[in-house]
Write a protein that binds this ligand. Structure first.
Ligand code: UPG
Length: 462
């Protein structure tokens, strides 16, 4: 049955114009799925990482930094939609600060770094078929952003969603696009090759790529890391942060006992019995920011030597074919994660960085903090803060705030001041007036069935 399923899926990809390498990679993961592999990494097989170098202690010779940055290209993972916030377009086109979107801010960061170091520093997006048009439109506003001979984006591959029952490709005539999915951000490596982008970059003398999530505004191209990559000939560098109690879910790095290589264990790769070890932040102390630095020549060598199949751990993502309709058929999406390639490169390294390099916006809670006066956006696209200590912890009632339109309807005059806040918890349907200030730790609740209005100018304290 599934042999026929694989053939149908291959034919469907071929008919849609998929590159041979994308079909080969899909076939590899289909066979892993059939053989029952779940990609789990057992606690017994790994040990915690030892001391890691810290960004603040890396070499900062200014000529070495400039020279390294001159050979660096910035790639942003931009295949994701704002689905978790109820937004249908690319997440990176959402206005996040002072009316600017992630992409606007990224464009400013790139242009200002180019100027500061006098380097070409191309920006390249990895788009999915759903994010391309709108994202390129946003970047089109920035004159001089495109660099001669380097495309502004390349497209991720797409693969059929598979019916969980018999592993044949799903069909969904109501919205045929929903029968397809991107194969996770681990597809970056396949897509770089299939689109010809890897060759184009190397031909123009670019040696390193700095790759990060488009929704992480802290991921600016740091010249010190570029210089460290070049000086120590690091094939693959991963920026990691110290884990706190609230990041028990993010992927952590560890050392594989069998060969001493660094590996990444994401939450999808944890066996049930190992959950407590996975969450033990005193044992596994650092997590992957998904800010990665890759030597493009080494990547090209690896890809050529493995027929384009890097062999990253499989992620079996179970969903319904229409994610908005839980009664639609159950499907499996075969995915991989970019960071897991850390185990594939011989000599991979991890470098500790501060939280300022990791400011993801995953939820409207994150968005409220970012839009508030906790952060200021500079001309060059950097976020600065006068807030003391960790950023305030915000937890808004998901029933009334998870969807962006609901969230915005409850802050019609903009976010409250949070610069003196430590914690804001909101339960129930609460709407905020103009110039509300939150101080210290605050909990606000509305009675069930009522909307509570916080009046203009209110100071909430304690
Ligand atoms: N993305 C794509 N294509 C895909 C899937 C995702 O471009 O097929 C993009 C997405 O738009 C986002 C980024 O990849 O910009 C990250 O995706 P997301 O789902 O937000 O993150 P996770 O995959 O859950 O986690 C990644 C790493 C994890 C790390 C975490 C840090 O896998 O190890 O701790 O990012 O936020």
């Amino acid at each position: 049955m599934s042999e026929a399923g694989l053939r149908q899926a291959q034919e469907k990809m071929g008919a849609a114009g998929a590159a041979d390498v994308a079909i080969r990679v899909f076939t590899h993961y289909y066979r892993l799925l059939e053989s029952g592999q779940q990609g789990t990494i057992r606690e017994d097989d790994i040990e915690p990482v030892g001391d890691l170098p810290h960004l603040d202690h890396l070499d900062t010779d200014s000529e070495a930094m400039r020279a390294a940055l001159a050979e660096t290209v910035v790639i942003k993972l931009n295949g994701g939609l704002g689905t978790s916030m109820g937004v249908t377009g690319p997440k990176s086109a959402l206005p996040v600060k002072d009316g600017l979107s992630f992409l606007d801010i990224i464009a400013r960061q790139i242009l200002s770094t180019r100027k500061a170091y006098d380097v070409p520093l191309p920006l390249v997006l990895m788009n999915s078929f759903r994010t391309r048009e709108e994202s390129l439109q946003v970047l089109g506003e920035y004159d001089g952003l495109a660099v001669d001979g380097v495309p502004l984006d390349f497209l991720q591959n797409m693969e059929p969603k598979l019916l969980a029952d018999d592993l044949t490709p799903a069909e969904w005539p109501a919205d045929p696009e929903l029968a397809w999915c991107p194969p996770g951000h681990g597809d970056l490596f396949t897509a770089l090759v299939a689109s010809g982008t890897l060759d184009a970059l190397r031909e123009r003398g670019f040696r390193h790529a700095f790759i990060s999530n488009a929704d992480n505004l802290g991921a600016t191209p740091d010249a010190r890391i570029a210089a460290w990559m070049a000086e120590h000939d690091v094939p693959f560098g991963m920026e990691v942060c110290r884990r706190t109690r609230s990041d028990r879910k993010g992927g952590h790095v560890a050392v594989r006992k069998s060969d001493g290589r660094l590996i990444l264990r994401d939450s999808a790769q944890v066996a049930d019995e190992d959950t407590k070890h996975f969450q033990d932040i005193t044992r596994h102390k650092t997590f992957n920011t998904n800010n990665l630095w890759i030597d493009l020549d080494r990547l090209a060598e690896l890809m050529a030597g493995h027929d384009g199949i890097l062999g990253l751990p499989i992620i079996v993502n179970r969903k319904t074919v229409d994610p908005a309709d839980p009664s639609s058929p159950k499907v499996i999406q075969l995915e991989t994660g970019m960071g897991t390639a850390i185990e594939t490169f011989e000599g991979s390294q991890a470098v500790l960085v501060d939280r300022s390099r990791f400011k993801p916006v995953k939820t409207t809670n994150d968005l409220l903090v970012l839009r508030s006066d906790v952060y200021e956006l500079t001309e060059s696209g950097d976020l600065t803060t006068t807030h003391e200590g960790d950023e305030p912890y915000v937890d808004l009632d998901p029933e009334y705030f998870r969807i962006l339109a609901d969230f915005e309807a409850r802050f019609p005059a903009g976010p409250p001041s949070l610069v003196r806040a430590d914690r804001l918890e909101v339960r129930g349907d609460v709407a905020f007036g103009k110039d509300v200030t939150v101080v210290g730790e605050v909990e606000v609740a509305a009675d069930a069935g009522d909307r509570r209005l916080i009046e203009d100018g209110a100071v909430l304290e304690g």
